[in-house]
Structures are given as structure tokens and as C-alpha cells.
Design a protein around this ligand. Structure first.
Ligand SMILES: [Zn+2]
Ligand SMILES: [Zn+2]
Length: 444
């Protein structure tokens, strides 16, 4: 492969988290990255001019708390490995915004896209949403950014969706195996964003067995036209690789070449590794394909060991489904203002209750969320969360640019909440990047 020069200067950040695992035999383990690293060395990719490796920085507690309310506290929920995984994503984003490289790929673990705003523990192998921590770090240090997150993990990125549900400056697009057939069971076209950010959450569920053809159809006919219209400053790819046909925990039929083609089309500034559990027969090849495609290098010779050219044919039914889904979502996106009017007209607030299951802890969280409908800002959000036997918290969020009426409502809700009712009360003021907190727990 050498000597070669990468048309796009591309950074790579590695963090395999040797000392953190859910259990020794769990599919989300350090070998996920070790085989990839061997493959990149073998192909000589780290010697290519224009491809540069960076050490991950360590995310601070402040970085984590800009996104998450952890219960009982950040220190008791978040491990050092999570700080470095999120820090690796931050390093990738910083290197791009500082202009050191044009693109960067954070090959880090543990993953993060199932981690929601409130964190009571491990769910879907995730605790810290590493993309969101990166994005909010970048906004704080580099100024306002219009960000598009395209989540191509096989599982719905429900955590990222939750974090950006009310944010009109962050477009979240998730392509995943249909939630009726896979964890976490969400991610349908009706999930379209909160009332002040309606149409900035877009879900594209695909049938099990979808091949490169259907996957790339959705990119060409739905994702790219929407991105072109929305004009993000920064495109982040939550690059989960569990759509690969050899992945042991999912049912899709995507190849390493499919992932490379996806990356060439999407042209993300930053890719962040999410899932992918076929440790030897997929990850090294898919990761290499993504990196080569980001760098603008040829991927023609990349073939994974189990690949058989005649194995993958899209069914007529899937072909028709992805065609219709793409049309439907583009149409919904174009009509989002009218749809918002129809769904929320005349209301001052919108309230939802929900349950969130933490498969890693075996606990269920109850949530009650209330957002003020606002035309002047993204709206104050008040979120109550409880786990029976553990405690109850109240998190109030003021948006990055907050109008006076929303600020007043948020400050009042925070002031009225006593430690008799809640073990933790937080006011997250995004405008000045400050958190006020009252807690029954000593640790911050
Ligand atoms: Zn996944
Ligand atoms: Zn407002």
C-alpha cells in the first residue's frame, strides 16, 4: 500500500480500554480494537503520509456533566475508561476543528450511543454518550456549531436521540435494524423530535437482512438530500459496525465495501466507533474501509475473509420498502413546520412520561419530562427521574440561548424543588455552561 499519500489528512485515535469490560466474555471487549490495530499495521496504513495517530485526551467531569445527569453522582457512575473513550472522541473532534487534520476517526471503546441524558447505570453496553460529550465540548470551546449526527450502528441510537430531542441545532439521523426485531426496540419514523425541534430527529428502520444496496439507497435518496438542505457545519458519524453480515448479535447483510461506500458518500468530519461485535471477521476490515474512505484512499482490494460475492441480493420487498421509506422521510422532513403546527398548536407545554430499562443493571427508570413550547428559544426542559428503591432526581435544562420567560420558569422549578422530595436537583444552564446542584450525596 505504500508509499501513498492520503488526499484528505485524516487523524486516528485509538483507545481499546484494556482494563474495562462488562465481563471477560462479553461481546463488547478490548479485542474489538486489537484486531483492527493489527490489520491497520499489516496494511501499512499508519505509515501513509497524511494519516496521523493522536493519543486520546481524558474527558473531564465537566465535559461529562455538560451532557449527563448521573445518579447518584458522576464520580460513582463513570469509570476512567469512559473518560478516555469520550476524551478520544473529543481529541478527534478538536483535531478537525483546529485544522490539524480534515477528518478523524475515534476508534475507542466503551461505546456510548445508548446513554441518555440521565444515567442511572449501564444500558446497551453504554454509560457515557461519547459523541454528545464531544459535540458539547466542541461547542463550548469553538463556538456555536450546527451539527448533524448520522448514526449507522445497527441498533437505534436512542441515547443520542434523547439527548438531542429538543435541540433544533442538532440533526440526528439514525439508520438501524427495525426496532421490532432488535434492541432497544425504538427508532420509528414517528419519533420526530420535541416540539421546539420537530423534524431534527429522523429515524430510518431497515428490515433484517438489508444488503449494501438498500443501505446505500437510503443514504443517496434520504440522508444526503436532507444533509444538503440542512447544511451542518460538522457531520459526525456514529460508526457502529454491527450491520456487518457476520455480526453475532444482529441480522443485517452489510459488507466492508458497503461501509466504505457509505463513508465516501457521507463524508463525515468525525467518525466515532460505536458497536460491532464480529471481532475477527468484520471489525478489522470495516474499520480499515472506513479509515481509507475518510482519507480518500482506494478500498478496492479490501475483502473480508467470509465474503462471497454472490451471497447478497436485495429482495424485491426490501427494495420497495427502502424506496418508500426514503420518500416518506424526505417528505416528512420538508413538511416539518406544518407537521409541528398540527401536532402542538395552542399548547404552552408538552409533557411525556416514559420508562427506561437498564439491561446492564436490571432496573427500570421512570421519567416525566416537560418542555415549554417556545418560539424565542429551544425551550426550558424539566425532567423528573426515579428508580424505585434508589431515589428521585429533578434536572432542569436551560438551552444554549435561553429567552427570559424560559429562564424564569426553569429557575423557579429549580428553586421550588426541595431535598425532601428529591435526592438530587440540578439546574443546567447551557447559556453560561454552569450547573447548580443540591444533592443528598456528598460527592459532587
Ligand atoms: Zn449496535
Ligand atoms: Zn424560550
Amino acid at each position: 500500500m505504500n508509499p501513498l499519500k492520503a488526499p484528505h489528512r485524516t487523524g486516528i485515535v485509538f483507545f481499546p480500554a484494556f482494563d474495562w469490560a462488562i465481563s471477560p466474555t462479553h461481546p463488547e471487549r478490548e479485542e474489538r480494537l486489537l484486531y483492527t490495530r493489527d490489520q491497520l499495521f499489516e496494511e501499512g496504513i499508519l505509515d501513509v503520509e497524511g494519516i496521523e495517530e493522536f493519543s486520546p485526551q481524558v474527558a473531564t467531569e465537566e465535559d461529562i456533566e455538560r451532557v449527563h445527569t448521573c445518579f447518584p453522582s458522576t464520580g460513582r457512575v463513570v469509570s476512567p475508561s469512559h473518560l478516555i473513550s469520550a476524551g478520544g472522541a473529543i481529541t478527534a473532534g478538536r483535531k478537525v476543528l483546529e485544522g490539524t487534520v480534515e477528518k478523524a476517526f475515534a476508534l475507542v471503546r466503551p461505546p456510548g450511543h445508548h446513554a441518555r441524558r440521565v444515567v442511572h447505570g449501564l444500558r446497551g453496553f453504554c454509560i457515557v454518550n461519547i459523541e454528545a460529550v464531544m459535540i458539547e465540548h466542541l461547542r463550548r470551546h469553538f463556538g456555536p456549531l450546527r451539527v448533524a449526527i448520522v448514526d449507522t450502528d445497527c441498533h437505534h441510537g436512542d441515547g443520542t436521540q434523547d439527548i438531542y430531542w429538543h435541540d433544533p441545532d442538532t440533526l440526528f439521523l439514525s439508520i438501524h435494524q427495525d426496532g421490532r426485531t432488535l434492541y432497544p426496540g425504538t427508532g420509528f419514523p414517528e419519533e420526530f423530535g420535541g416540539p421546539n425541534a420537530y423534524g431534527t430527529t429522523l429515524n430510518l428502520p431497515l428490515p433484517p437482512g438489508t444488503t449494501d444496496e438498500g443501505f446505500l439507497h437510503v443514504i443517496d435518496h434520504c440522508v444526503l438530500p436532507i444533509l444538503e438542505d440542512w447544511k451542518p457545519d460538522l457531520i459526525v458519524n456514529s460508526a457502529g459496525q454491527d450491520n456487518h453480515f457476520t455480526d453475532p448479535i444482529t441480522d443485517m447483510s452489510i459488507t466492508a465495501q458497503g461501509y466504505a461506500a457509505l463513508t465516501r458518500k457521507l463524508r463525515p468530519h468525525v467518525a466515532v466507533l460505536e458497536g460491532g461485535y464480529s471481532v475477527q471477521t468484520a471489525l478489522p476490515y470495516v474499520n480499515t474501509g472506513i479509515l481509507l474512505a475518510m482519507a480518500g484512499l482506494d478500498t478496492g482490494s479490501l475483502v473480508e475473509p467470509d465474503y462471497q460475492a454472490d451471497l447478497f441480493h436485495e429482495s424485491e420487498r426490501t427494495r420497495e420498502y427502502v424506496r418508500r421509506l426514503s420518500e416518506l422521510m424526505v417528505e416528512k422532513y420538508r413538511n416539518r413546520e406544518a407537521l409541528r403546527e398540527k401536532a402542538f398548536r395552542g399548547r404552552t407545554h408538552h409533557q411525556e412520561t416514559r420508562q427506561v430499562f437498564y439491561d446492564g443493571e436490571g432496573i427500570t427508570e421512570g421519567q416525566k419530562e416537560r418542555v415549554r413550547l417556545c418560539r424565542d428559544c429551544a425551550g426550558v426542559v424539566t425532567l423528573e427521574s426515579w428508580v424505585n428503591g434508589r431515589g428521585r432526581l429533578l434536572a432542569v435544562e436551560l438551552p444554549r440561548t435561553c429567552c427570559a420567560a424560559c429562564r424564569e420558569e426553569g429557575v423557579r422549578a429549580f428553586g421550588d424543588a426541595g431535598l425532601g422530595d428529591y435526592a438530587l436537583v440540578e439546574l443546567r444552564d447551557r447559556e453560561v455552561d454552569r450547573i447548580e446542584r443540591r444533592s443528598l450525596f456528598e460527592e459532587g
